[in-house]
Write a new protein. Structure first.
Length: 758
């Protein structure tokens, strides 16, 4: 070992170390060798001596054993490369050793305390919900304890176990004292989920759910991983708040933003109803100040509220292309201007529709209105026929205040801002309505553009007639399934888990209680890049048959699970407000242009399922969505969501710094991976459209732009415009990040605040 010993030690003065219990003893180098030998045992292409040399450990008298251990972990992490990926498991073992010693004073799986002792201790200090102990007998907890596989802690790669410690295991965030290790967290979550199930079945459900979570087949979102088992009961990842055109609605919505930001939810805001600057208020007594001052208020409310030390608040604000202030709204994110006319700590979604794209195609003009001056136009937005009729009528009415702009000029500005900031999103509101599971109108989306649920403005914080839309999320790890038949059990357990969450969580705002009637859940994929690489296909047409078959099975099994729950517990209260209640399924409403790139082939008995839905109903109004999956991809050492990796070895952000993550099986199939800036956006969008065909909500869909592919590093703006146009032609509902490799935007690829990233 390379070490710089103090002068005293060079003169054969023993080096003393301080142990975890505060006792002092002489340094025993052999103990370090022993720990490193254990950490490298059975792993190929790793070396104890390399870790020791890389550590550059300075041994001085009075050094803490915990500090020695931390240096060894950092040394192993520093050796992680695509050629030597197994160092991530050496680092994981060392970190697990550290965690277990800190938490329970032992590192062997056989030495882990009994489950009931962990629960009792954590209930006594207020970390676990006391209802856990009340729900189970001692004999049941004994049985459950036998199902815990503590050795699964060592299945984590380093980035995953570090993420687990940073964000998900419960701890005192002031002194970093841990209260549990991962396997206890997973098991107690399963216990809470099935606590109300009949005693004759619940132990089996607990075992099955625990296995799916601990073997990384199911990805649970941050609010559930952090919240279930604690006294805190708010697990919705996504909150959609629709703001009306009145002070009462604006201020009530702002209060709701504060409540839900504090409860760990990401915020979607819709400002499309609010009248424009210069509009008349109270018959001209007051002139409206416009949207920007109110948006600054929403930004401040989101950012002033922290989320239990897990993450900061984040929001995305939506507005229609035809709003009178749209030119000012479009540039709010950029680095030009000043603090008076910019709001940079929000992200923005511009809502488009068929009429807009037709005007772009025809090189026509779009007309901008204040919603208060064009009665009925906002309500019609999303229904192409009604909207176009009213829009054309108001364009011809000379008495209506308006502004005009060339459609191509507007889409060029949109593309420019999207490329430069990375975070000007696109929402095709007509696709969001035509290919929706709801009869009610979709007005907006959420923080990360994947949730499309009905909303209604609230006029006070106690307004039960308003509707704040909520969605609880989860994802299936495609890399962990062996066959598509495996999806059936995984989908059922996810639907059961999320349906429980809806009933179990609290609703701090009255308008959000409509969730109990709709029971909206959103399940998506993660680790798609690994799944494609394993099957030797890329982010192009070669993937379409596999993706089509997978997405079909996925949605089919989700619906089948929801029917099963409807038989047991009854359909959701608002089932009659869904298209499903009329037997209309996603395979009936998707954009038929998708059939041109992937013929419409089905592999499951959809007609039998349709009959079951008509007979028994569904427990949930909506079931599928595609979220970013950034946080849990680190946890499970998987590629995030449906995205290609940036590189085979990625650097991810963590509360403790940067994490180095290697794609799964890099030594075996690394050459089959497609990386983000190598793929063509058209091929990626075609693959997305095949998935969207089956999903009943939207998807977080990113674009990637490699400036180095173009002469002088200048990317033609037409590339961005063409991607927006092509996405619309394929029925894609939303576009999320525009990622580029020019260094202008964040490169973590995940949800801004982590709320919807699962």
């Amino acid at each position: 070992m390379v070490s710089e010993i103090t002068n005293e030690s060079k003169q054969h003065t023993p080096v003393n170390v301080i142990k975890r219990d505060g006792k002092t003893e002489k340094l025993d180098i052999n103990k370090i060798h022993k720990v490193l030998s254990w950490a490298t045992e059975g792993l190929k292409n790793v070396s104890v001596s390399d870790i020791e040399v890389n550590a550059k450990l300075q041994l001085k008298d009075g050094i803490k054993t915990t500090d020695i251990h931390k240096v060894l972990v950092e040394s192993a992490v520093g050796l992680i490369t695509a050629k030597n990926p197994n160092y991530q498991f050496v680092a994981s073992r060392l970190l697990n050793y550290y965690i277990r010693k800190e938490t329970f004073g032992a590192y062997s799986s056989k030495e882990m305390p009994h489950l009931k002792d962990v629960i009792k201790k954590n209930v006594s200090v207020g970390v676990y919900d006391k209802e856990i102990l009340d729900s189970y007998t001692a004999n049941e907890i004994d049985s459950i304890n036998d199902y815990i596989h503590h050795e699964r802690d060592f299945n984590f790669a380093f980035a995953g176990i570090q993420q687990m410690v940073d964000k998900y295991v419960l701890k005192d965030r002031v002194n970093n004292k841990l209260y549990e290790t991962p396997q206890y967290a997973f098991m107690v979550i399963a216990m809470v989920v099935f606590a109300k199930y009949p005693k004759e079945t619940r132990i089996d459900y607990i075992r099955r759910l625990y296995n799916q979570i601990s073997l990384f087949k199911i990805n649970l979102p941050t609010p559930i991983l952090c919240g279930i088992r604690t006294p805190l009961r708010q697990y919705s990842s996504c909150t959609l708040i629709d703001i009306g055109d009145s002070l009462e609605s604006i201020f009530a919505s702002n209060t709701a933003v504060g409540y839900y930001t504090a409860k760990r939810a990401g915020i979607g805001l819709n400002i499309g109803r609010i009248r424009a600057i210069g509009s008349s208020i109270r018959n001209g007594e007051v002139i409206h100040t416009g949207l920007i001052p109110y948006m600054k208020m929403f930004e401040a409310t989101t950012k002033c509220t922290t989320q239990n030390g897990v993450r900061g608040g984040s929001s995305t604000t939506y507005y229609p292309f035809w709003h009178y202030e749209v030119e000012e709204l479009l540039v709010l994110k950029n680095n030009k201007g000043n603090d008076e006319n910019r709001i940079r700590k929000m992200d923005y979604g511009v809502q488009l529709c068929r009429l807009f794209y037709q005007r772009v195609r025809d090189d026509g003009v779009i007309t901008l209105f204040s919603p208060s001056d064009v009665p009925g136009l906002y309500e019609a937005f999303g229904d192409n026929a009604k909207f176009e009729e009213l829009y054309n009528k108001y364009e011809k009415d000379a008495s209506v205040r308006n502004k005009k702009i060339k459609a191509r000029e507007f889409i060029s500005k949109l593309a420019q801002e999207r490329l430069e900031t990375g975070r000007i999103y696109v929402m095709n509101i007509d696709h969001c309505n035509s290919h929706s599971s709801f009869k009610d109108k979709i007005r907006m989306s959420n923080l990360c553009t994947e949730i499309t649920l009905p909303t209604k403005p609230l006029n006070s914080i106690e307004d039960a007639d308003g509707e704040i839309a909520l969605c609880v999320l989860s994802a299936v790890n495609l890399g962990a399934i062996d066959t598509l038949d495996d999806l059936e059990e995984t989908c059922e357990l996810i639907v059961r888990t999320l349906d429980f969450v809806i009933e179990y969580q609290e609703y701090p705002v009255k308008a959000a209680e409509h969730m109990l009637g709709r029971r909206s859940i959103g399940v998506g994929f993660t680790n798609l890049a690994y799944y494609l690489a394993k099957n030797k296909v890329g982010y192009d047409k070669t993937s379409l048959p596999l993706v089509n078959k997978t997405a079909e099975a996925f949605q089919y099994y989700l619906l089948k699970a929801s029917v099963k729950l409807a038989k047991e517990f009854g359909p959701c209260k608002y089932f009659d407000k869904t298209k499903y209640s009329e037997g209309i399924l996603p395979i009936d409403t998707y954009c038929k242009n998708v059939d041109k790139i992937m013929p419409h082939t089905l592999h499951h008995d959809w007609e039998a399922l349709r009959k079951d839905i008509l007979q028994y109903g569904l427990r949930n109004s909506t079931l599928s969505t595609q979220m970013p999956c950034e946080s849990s991809s680190v946890l499970n050492n998987s590629t995030n969501g449906i995205e290609p990796p940036r590189s085979l070895v990625s650097t991810k952000k963590s509360k403790q710094g940067l994490l180095r993550q290697v794609v799964p099986e890099v030594n075996k199939i690394g050459h089959h991976y497609s990386t983000a800036f190598e793929i063509e956006n058209n091929g990626y969008l075609e693959m997305v459209s095949v998935i969207q065909k089956y999903f009943d909500q939207a998807m977080s869909v990113n674009n990637y732009y490699d400036f180095t592919k173009f002469e002088d590093g200048e990317l033609p703006l037409s590339n961005v415009i063409n991607d927006i146009l092509y996405a619309y032609s394929l029925g894609i509902k939303t576009l999320y990040y525009a990622n580029s490799n020019d260094g202008n935007i964040d490169t973590d690829g995940g949800c801004v605040g982590g709320a919807c990233s699962v």
